[in-house]
Design a protein around this ligand. Structure first.
Ligand code: AHM
Ligand code: MG
Length: 343
């Protein structure tokens, strides 16, 4: 019987090292940082999978800095990621959704600043729906200068050197970019390794799924109301009506959008005048990744990645996904400027 050559399995570790070897001058620090995040996410994945059978499930009673109830797994994920980043001593500070101020790590001379949402969509834990971790990495602008400060962490999204997410879904997937396209890995729990699924992911230019919390319809501006009506109208050349899909976990909704195309929206509204999602550790990293896959991400006016942040926890509206879908929603937003449609 002839031996059939199988395509070789590539692990996250191998892939990161191969990518690093393409840059002769690379110090390997960013590679180490990505490996640290990969390791922490395997530990988080294990605990997420056990959530239903251990008493880790449920709220721990405290509130996070935004007054939202904190689940035990949020804290666990936060600690795992911070510990992993602290261990390799190349990160000087971490900014996390779960912590009010910056978290200074042991190596205050470290070169990297990491933003993260350790467990996004955590209200979905109790109902066994997908959740995720998001990370965003910057280089410290003035290493070795004065004390670490929030100010140093306030860089626009275009300065990210890497970003990605881990999706704890029917399988655990890790997607990341260092600005040279997007790579996606799937965790094989039997060997405890992330295996390369696709080293060059492209989002379709156009998709037929829209994703937005329509329960908030009456709080939206006119432009978005009209766009959603457009999505629902029958028109065969554009394959409308679109399908509506909304998980309520940004990582899962954006991952579906990356794979199938379409648009995910969390708008500004009378309920959330600046939007709900966080610029630095939710919108910027996912925007970087979607742009690297060939898609677009805007706040309604301009590119998310060009917003100059004023605070580490600031919010922004977001319209993210396939290029043609984002351009179309922009047409509607431009046609019905918010000020002229307020009632
Ligand atoms: P979280 O960080 O507290 O989990 O909140 C962020 C989540 C996103 O994952 C999701 O897109 C959004 O909140 C859902 O909000 P809503 O319930 O208002 O639709
Ligand atoms: Mg979040």
């Amino acid at each position: 019987m002839a031996y059939q050559k199988k395509s070789r399995v590539v692990t996250l570790e191998e892939y990161i090292i191969q990518a690093q070897n393409k840059f002769p001058g690379a110090t390997g620090e960013l590679s180490q940082l990505l490996r640290d995040i990969g390791l922490a996410s395997k530990i988080i994945s294990r605990e997420v999978n056990k959530a239903g059978i251990t008493n880790i499930l449920g709220e721990d009673g405290s509130k996070n800095v935004h007054g939202e109830s904190v689940k035990k797994l949020d804290i666990f994920a936060d600690e795992q990621l911070i510990n992993a980043l602290n261990r390799s001593e190349i990160t000087c500070m971490v900014i996390s959704e779960e912590n009010d101020g910056i978290v200074e790590l042991d190596n205050d001379g470290g070169k990297y600043i990491v933003y993260m949402d350790p467990l996004d969509g955590s209200s979905n834990i109790d109902v066994n729906v997908s959740i995720g971790s998001i990370f965003s990495i910057y280089i410290r602008q003035h290493p070795g200068s004065d004390r670490l400060s929030e100010q140093e962490a306030l860089q626009p999204g275009i300065k990210q050197v890497a970003a990605g997410y881990v999706l704890y879904g029917s399988s655990t997937m890790l997607a990341y970019t260092t600005g040279l396209g997007v790579s996606v890995f799937t965790l094989d729990p039997s060997i405890g390794e992330f295996i390369l699924s696709d080293g060059d992911v492209h989002i379709p230019d156009y998709g037929t799924i829209y994703s937005v919390n329509e329960g908030s319809y009456h709080s939206w501006d006119q432009g978005l109301k009209q766009y959603v009506k457009y999505c629902q109208v029958e028109d065969s050349p554009t394959r409308r009506p679109y399908k509506a899909r909304y998980i309520g976990s940004m990582v899962a909704d954006v991952h579906r959008t990356l794979v199938k195309g379409g648009i995910f929206i969390y708008p500004n509204s009378s309920l959330y005048p600046s939007g709900k999602l966080r610029l630095m550790y939710e919108c910027n990293p996912l925007s970087f990744l979607i742009e690297q896959a060939g898609g677009m991400a805007i706040d309604g006016r301009g590119r998310i990645l060009e917003i100059h942040p004023e605070s580490i926890h600031q919010r922004t509206p977001i319209f993210i996904g396939s290029r043609d879908n984002v351009l179309k929603v922009k047409e509607f937003l431009d046609k019905y400027p918010a000020e002229s449609t307020k009632v």
